[in-house]
Write a protein that binds this ligand. Structure first.
Ligand SMILES: Cc1cc2nc3c(=O)[nH]c(=O)nc-3n(C[C@H](O)[C@H](O)[C@H](O)COP(=O)(O)O)c2cc1C
Length: 199
């Protein structure tokens, strides 16, 4: 499913977004718009140099180990069925993985952090480590975590610029999250970003 094209102008300067950014764990019970979800995914991993395939966040040796999954709750995003999707940067599109609302299961896998259940959207950053370690050996592991941090900050700042709220969640059971996502064995979850509208 094609996402609306990203917008390159917003309401806040980057300085304002940095100054205002806070982790937020309470969200309005209002759906996100499809373009807002697309904008967040573009900020995370969108293609910003189509000629070379380079993306919004830097990557060691442009090895791009990260895979971004989206979990949409029932009524979480306008014009999008609840389910798990994978973001395809090259097409700026969503690939459906499984249908249904798995918010409760994801919350339990994340040590019952309520914001994981309540957020209308959860963006899960996964990594295929061997894409980077095949070039850089063991050091590639640290590069992958660094890259996830870059993507996470882009998500925070883009959310702020859109008037949305998010929080980085690193505390969860990896295997359970992977199973809930329906992700292949080498897609290892690193970060969960619940996202919603500010209350
Ligand atoms: C690697 C990492 C893991 C985190 N894990 C969680 C988490 O599991 N649950 C949570 O509520 N917040 C989590 N946070 C958010 C921090 O609690 C938050 O960034 C910190 O309190 C500072 O607040 P600020 O982000 O508003 O500046 C995490 C942050 C980072 C960077």
């Amino acid at each position: 499913m094609k996402l609306p094209p990203p917008r390159l102008k917003g309401q806040l300067t980057v300085e304002e977004a940095i100054a205002q950014r806070r982790s937020q764990r309470v969200y309005a019970e209002e759906p996100l718009k499809l373009w807002e979800l697309g904008q967040l995914l573009w900020a995370a991993q969108g293609i910003t140099d189509p000629k070379r395939g380079f993306r919004a966040a830097p990557s060691a040796g442009a090895t791009y180990p990260l895979e971004v999954y989206v979990m949409v709750s029932a009524g979480g995003v306008e014009d999008l069925n609840p389910g798990v999707y994978r973001y395809i940067p090259e097409q700026h599109s969503l690939q459906p993985i499984k249908a249904g609302d798995f918010s409760g299961e994801l919350c339990r896998a994340a040590l019952n952090q309520p914001w994981v259940e309540k957020a209308p959207v959860k963006i899960v950053i996964c990594a295929v480590f061997e894409r980077t370690t095949s070039r850089y050996g063991e050091r590639g592991v640290r590069y992958v975590y660094m890259e996830a941090g870059h993507v996470g900050e882009n998500l925070y700042l883009q959310a702020e610029a859109l008037g949305l709220a998010t929080v980085a969640v690193g505390a969860f059971h990896d295997d359970e999250v992977q199973k809930i996502l329906g992700a292949p064995g080498n897609h290892k979850p690193i970060y969960i970003y619940p996202v919603g509208r500010k209350p």
